[in-house]
Design a binder for this molecule. Structure first.
Ligand SMILES: Nc1ncnc2c1ncn2[C@@H]1O[C@H](COP(=O)(O)OP(=O)(O)OP(=O)(O)O)[C@@H](O)[C@H]1O
Length: 258
């Protein structure tokens, strides 16, 4: 079943002072993402990955085209979509638990239900023992786990992630990738994941969408047929290196053509 449908999406931004001069940053994008699929968006810097993600999140408007989640038009942000950014976006004056609870306040649950939901999601990301710590007392990986717990706590079925592990060291990053695939499988999520790291995209994804720039558009879609569950041995498979090289080649050829 399809989770997200995008048809002929176009987005422009003002190019100068006048609102008449506009630059097209996303040009005629059409794509379908299936339920429970893990899709990565890759492409050269400035090709429009973040803009596309934030339009799907309902945080930015678009000029033309249709976007539907579960058959419903995207008209703004909604609880059907969870968002995790590279910067941790936690409220520094609230503990990990309170950060998750705060996001649940508008959901209509009782106070004790909110407490239970927050703790169960902190547990899901392995942070139960750190629930009463403030963001400043947590490592980067822990902060990002709180952000993931918060995004998952209102049970979105579509998780939108913009370079979520970009600020983490290599080892923490690998641990977070494993945590994410685990949560994705358990919670039957659909994930759209923006990354600059092609190895990360190959490790995590069912499909990789390569975007081209000026204007931003879909260039090529790669199927990742590597076996699941992915393990620390997966990157050693010859197909892994081959696909990684192909995707990198596709991004680089576009950069050369610019
Ligand atoms: N608010 C804005 N006003 C004008 N132009 C913008 C605005 N936001 C983004 N752009 C332009 O839109 C294009 C796409 O930006 P976007 O951040 O989506 O790219 P990206 O692929 O996510 O880049 P990166 O990989 O560097 O994060 C860029 O040329 C950028 O300069």
């Amino acid at each position: 079943m399809e989770k997200l449908l995008i048809r002929d999406l176009t987005k422009t931004f003002p190019a100068g002072r006048s609102n008449k001069d506009r630059i097209t940053v996303l040009d005629n994008i059409s794509l379908t993402i299936r339920e429970n699929e893990f899709v990565s968006l890759v492409g050269a810097s400035g090709c429009g990955k973040s803009t596309l993600l934030s339009i799907i999140a309902g945080l930015q408007s678009h000029d033309n085209g249709d976007l539907k989640v579960d058959g419903n038009d995207i008209l703004g942000p909604g609880a059907d979509r969870g968002v995790v950014f590279q910067s941790y976006t936690l409220l520094p004056w609230l503990t990990a638990r309170k950060n998750v609870e705060f996001a649940l306040e508008a959901t209509g649950h009782s106070k004790s239900e909110i407490g239970d939901i927050a703790m169960s999601h902190l547990k899901l990301v392995g942070l139960e023992p750190f629930a009463e710590r403030f963001p400043a007392q947590l490592s980067g990986g822990m902060k990002q786990r709180v952000a993931i717990a918060r995004a998952l706590s209102y049970k979105p079925k579509l998780l939108l992630m913009d370079e979520p592990f970009g600020a983490l060291d290599a080892l923490t990053r690998v641990q977070m990738q494993e945590l994410l695939t685990d949560v994705w499988e358990r919670e039957k999520l659909t994930v759209i994941f923006v990354t600059h790291d092609v190895e990360e995209a190959v490790f995590l994804s069912d499909r990789i969408f390569v975007m081209a720039s000026n204007p931003g558009r879909l260039k090529k879609i790669y199927d990742v047929s590597l076996p699941r569950p992915r393990t620390p041995d997966t990157p050693r498979l010859p197909e892994f290196a081959q696909l990684q090289a192909e995707v990198l080649g596709s991004i680089r050829s576009e950069m050369r053509d610019r």
